[in-house]
Design a protein around this ligand. Structure first.
Ligand SMILES: [Zn+2]
Length: 141
């Protein structure tokens, strides 16, 4: 009886870990989806992860290990999504809904910038005011 309870506990712990590991990647996916910025992400890192997870999914299936198979599939899928995002967004720049646009060339400006890096125009008085408000708001989060 004791032994069964112990292994049930270990089993539940393992499933919690599988859930956490596979969910963690979706936070990265969401972050990329919001900001469209992938320049800092390594393509080769994610390709190797996807290949490694994919191979282990196969060996888990051969060895008949359900939990390991689920874990490998649940991590391979989001890593493949990240690879697709890196390809889709490789030309994109950082995006945030709070960010102002340059009054001259209409490029998206980051909050901490005072000048547009594309045409050199200074932010308008109004933009600098809302930038100050947004930075305060972010600091209070
Ligand atoms: Zn500009």
């Amino acid at each position: 009886m004791e032994g069964t309870q112990h292994s049930d506990f270990v089993q539940i712990l393992s499933w919690i870990a599988v859930f956490l590991l596979s969910t963690s990647y979706w936070f990265q996916i969401w972050k990329i989806h919001i900001h469209k910025e992938v320049r800092d992400l390594s393509m080769i890192y994610h390709v190797f992860l996807a290949l490694g997870f994919g191979i282990l999914a196969y060996t888990a299936w051969v060895e008949d290990s359900l939990i390991f198979l689920v874990k490998q599939i649940a991590t391979t899928i989001p890593v493949c999504v990240i690879i697709a995002q890196i390809i889709i967004h490789k030309e994109d720049r950082w995006h945030d809904d709070d960010d102002p646009y340059c009054t001259k060339c209409n490029s998206e400006l980051e909050l901490i910038w005072n000048h547009c890096p594309f045409c050199g125009t200074e932010k308008s008085e109004e933009q600098q005011q809302s930038q100050y408000q947004a930075i305060l708001k972010n600091n209070n989060k």
